[in-house]
Design a protein around this ligand. Structure first.
Ligand SMILES: *Cc1c(COP(=O)(O)O)cnc(C)c1O
Length: 438
């Protein structure tokens, strides 16, 4: 049996209908933006392995730092104990995080980073003796797959079986072009009712929602309303963090700074799982009390795992090198030029870009997320040696920053090819987004 067949006997894959899925592609090695399969095929990782990889696969510098840490201290309980990697990483994160962040709480992934932020926000108001109940989120948002994170995410087909078990959330429109007023008015109306504990949002780009983008200006207006009504703001930068939007954090484009920030994905450069929830001193202080019931009773076995922190530190070293910023700028410019060249093509509904994130929305040909176009586009990419995982009719590129110009050309060429195979007529105006609201 080859690896894919052995996999089929024992593995249940994420977001995969195991009955109809093709055999998984066995990857045995990675280098730079490339992944190599057991059969000798080469793939350009244009989605950075689900948006996590920043500096390329099996990066020797990160690998060296991780190996060193593994031979020094692999793990230690993080209640009552500490270690150099966690402290140094926290110090250095606070230096680059948006202004106003002063404490780092470690967890394991993006979903747990969101859970922690929600618990901090709710308990903050409890600890102050003015419990507020409501949480506000964007209608098309995605904040993770655990129950709290699902609750603040779009009520989409992905979570339908769980709707009865999710806590109530007030959803507002995403303030995309033309919808700014509606979104602002909805937030104002909710804020005026009082009782709002927090607003959680993906700054500038809603990833899983379909790479939906909105401006820093309108986010600033939403933030101003929150500040005015003492609503805590939680920036979920799990996807947008660490250079994706062109700046270190998407929040760097905005004047008003969040009270909390959630990080994961690029946090370790894509090396291993780690989550961070940072918060302002103000929030932290609300938990300082002689009364032990005011404690944040949350933690995971692997909280602040030293190996993950070492990977995070190494990735940050690379991120802060001028060469990396140059690469980011290069990708931003090349994406912009490519956008210009395809946006008028007949099958292209819209091209969106924020920094290194590029999204192309195709005519759907009368399909939906669960039908053929998505699979056709995906297979076409694979056949052309490029990993692109469409969200329904939306194809996007989030490359590792080390991707070469030649590799980017191949990615762009593949997207052009996709445009040619999308021949159907449009049935829904926004098929993927419609699905989200079914
Ligand atoms: C991926 C993602 C999450 C969830 O992170 P996981 O590590 O997959 O649990 C949360 N928020 C956003 C914005 C994400 O893109």
């Amino acid at each position: 049996m080859n690896l894919a067949e052995r996999d089929q006997n024992v593995i249940w894959h994420p977001y995969t209908q195991m009955k109809t899925a093709a055999l998984p592609i066995p990857i045995v090695r990675g280098e730079g933006a490339l992944l190599f399969s057991e059969e000798g095929h080469t793939y350009i990782d244009a989605v950075a392995s689900w948006w996590v990889n920043l500096h390329g696969h099996a990066h020797p510098y990160i690998a060296g730092k991780v190996a060193e840490q593994l031979q020094t201290l692999e793990h230690v309980i993080f209640a009552g104990f500490t270690h150099p990697a966690a402290v140094t990483f926290a110090e250095r994160l606070l230096q680059i995080l948006p202004q106003g962040q002063s404490r780092i709480f470690y967890s394991d992934n993006g979903s747990t980073a969101v859970e922690v932020a929600l618990k901090m926000a709710i308990q903050y108001w409890n600890n102050l003796g003015m419990p507020k109940k409501k949480i506000i989120a964007f209608r098309d948002s995605y904040h993770g797959d655990t129950f709290g994170a699902m609750s603040v995410s779009a009520r989409s087909a992905f979570t339908a079986p769980f709707w009865p078990y999710l806590f109530e959330v007030e959803f507002i429109e995403v303030p995309t072009a033309g919808k700014e007023e509606e979104s602002i008015n909805q937030l104002k109306a909710l804020a005026a009712q009082g009782d709002v504990a927090a607003f959680i949002y993906e700054p500038l780009v809603l990833g899983t929602g379909g790479m939906i983008m909105y401006t820093p200006e309108v986010l600033d207006q939403l933030m101003a309303i929150c500040k005015q009504h003492q609503i805590l703001t939680i920036a979920d930068e799990v996807m947008t963090g660490f250079g994706r939007t062109g700046r270190t954090f998407a929040s760097d484009y905005v004047q008003h700074k969040p009270d909390m920030v959630c990080l994961s994905k690029g946090l370790t450069g894509g090396t291993m799982a780690l989550g961070v929830t940072s918060c302002s001193e103000n929030i932290y202080e609300a938990f300082l009390h002689d009364d032990k019931s005011k404690t944040l009773f949350h933690g995971h076995s692997y909280t602040a795992n030293p190996v993950a922190c070492a990977a995070g530190l190494a990735s940050m070293d690379l991120l802060l090198q001028p060469e990396t910023q140059q690469s980011i700028n290069r990708i931003v410019q090349r994406h912009a030029a490519f956008s210009q060249s395809i946006k008028a093509l007949p099958q292209v509904l819209e091209v969106r870009q924020q920094g290194t994130i590029l999204a192309v929305e195709f005519e759907d040909g009368g399909t939906s997320y669960f039908s053929n176009l998505r699979d056709t586009l995906y297979s076409y990419g694979i056949a052309n040696g490029v990993i692109l995982r469409p969200l329904g009719n939306i194809i996007y590129v989030i490359p590792p920053y080390c991707i070469t110009d030649a590799q980017l050309d191949q990615v762009y060429q593949t997207i052009r090819g996709m445009q040619e195979i999308v021949t159907g007529k449009r049935h829904h105006p926004r098929p993927y987004l419609d699905m989200l609201h079914d």
